[in-house]
Design a protein around this ligand. Structure first.
Ligand SMILES: [Zn+2]
Length: 395
């Protein structure tokens, strides 16, 4: 991800860190022979909701996004905690088997932090907040701050903040979360410009989203559309700097603003396909503008798979003007840059989060095609922080 591949190289790791990448220098008993493997940085799933994994096959795409949210709320509230935790564990296994070593996950229920923080991923767990009533903003923010003050769940897992979306979070709550993020040096992520109704909501008002908020007793009768695009709106609230923006289907007019504010964009290929989106994130234009693009799975409430190799193949299908090398960069160093993690490349000083693909000795194609091969569903080598994961069975 940061230079020419090293043939027959030697990689030295110690204490979870990559010490050196070099041409082969001889071996000793402590070495692991990976001579028939393509070794690369682990994949970074920059956007997931792993606690929704148990909703697999329960929802179907709907013409109305508001109807999909209604169905999501109804199924999600009916889940018992045992099924939810089982789902989290099976979701983690599917991600790990397909090479995900780091995660940016939205956590709606703070009680799940120990479970998700203990899955073994390097991760940023974003505390998800929803609240469109301005009078609730102070209290919601105070709850989030209490969790931040308890500290990070583990040494490889830090906390972030995730105001859900411009149509579900009040301007006051956005401002308070922005201030909290600055005080606690937290990364912030948000679903932005996902649906056309969101753009309408911010300019003219949108009946379907207003109706949804009213049903949830969350409508603010004093709401006045700010007459801004989603990105401009978040900028006016002071939360756009270094925002990890998810989806970004309607941002073509805001590329300069995104570049200026160092916003990163997370593309969720299979979720976009599942919804049948006709307008997708303008990935080519974002990359050409120098904006960091990452990849995410989103959840099984809007996708059929958490397998990251499926995600790569779907990105390849949906983005004909983006090369496989660029997609792999999005899946690794792009995700690391977006989430602020010290991984995503195989270089000295980086964390030893590594995956490998075993190659037949006859393989002669380019290295970047390997993860896209249609019959690849698992990685053959997996390390997070240099550690072997006994549950996986990969070398
Ligand atoms: Zn999402």
């Amino acid at each position: 991800m940061c230079g020419d591949p090293v043939e027959n190289g030697e990689l030295i790791i110690d204490g979870g860190n990559i010490i050196e990448v070099a041409a082969q220098q001889g071996s000793d008993d402590a070495d692991l022979d990976l001579s028939d493997y393509l070794l690369m940085p682990g994949f970074i799933n920059a956007h997931s909701h792993i606690s929704l994994t148990a909703l697999e096959n329960k929802l179907s795409p709907s013409d109305s996004f508001a109807d999909w949210i209604r169905a999501l709320i109804s199924h999600n509230s009916a889940l018992d905690s045992e099924s939810r935790v089982q789902g989290i564990r099976s979701g983690a296994e599917a991600m790990k088997r397909s090479g995900v070593t780091a995660l940016g996950d939205y956590v709606a229920d703070p009680e799940l932090l120990p479970v998700i923080g203990g899955l073994g991923f390097r991760s940023v767990l974003f505390l998800e907040t929803i609240g469109f009533l301005p009078e609730k903003a102070q209290e919601l923010c105070k709850n989030v701050e209490e969790i931040l003050l308890r500290g990070n769940p583990s040494s490889i897992c830090q906390l972030g903040l995730a105001p859900h979306a411009p149509y579900s979070v009040s301007p006051d709550l956005f401002r308070l979360i922005g201030q909290l993020a600055q005080q606690h040096h937290c990364p912030v992520s948000c679903h932005v410009a996902e649906i056309k109704e969101e753009g309408r909501f911010l300019v003219l008002g949108d009946d379907s989203l207003e109706e949804l908020l009213k049903e949830r007793s969350a409508w603010d009768p004093k709401w006045q559309p700010p007459y801004k695009s989603p990105m401009q709106y978040l900028s006016s609230l002071g939360v756009l700097d270094r925002l990890i923006a998810v989806h970004c289907n309607f941002v073509s007019d805001d590329l300069d603003l995104m570049a200026e504010k160092k916003v990163s964009a997370t593309f969720c290929p299979q979720s976009s396909e599942w919804f049948g989106r006709t307008k997708l994130m303008p990935v080519r234009a974002l990359l050409d503008r120098g904006i960091t693009v990452a990849l995410g799975t989103d959840s099984l409430a809007s996708s059929n798979s958490l397998n990251f190799l499926d995600e790569l193949r779907m990105a390849d299908k949906l983005l004909p003007d983006v090369s496989r090398k660029e997609i792999l960069t999005m899946a690794t160093s792009g995700g690391a840059e977006a989430l602020g993690l010290q991984c995503g490349t195989v270089t000295s000083g980086q964390k030893a989060d590594l995956i490998g693909f075993r190659l037949p000795s006859s393989y002669s194609g380019p290295w970047w095609d390997v993860p896209f091969e249609p019959d690849r569903h698992e990685v053959d080598f997996y390390r997070v922080d240099g550690r072997y994961d006994a549950g996986l069975g990969a070398k």
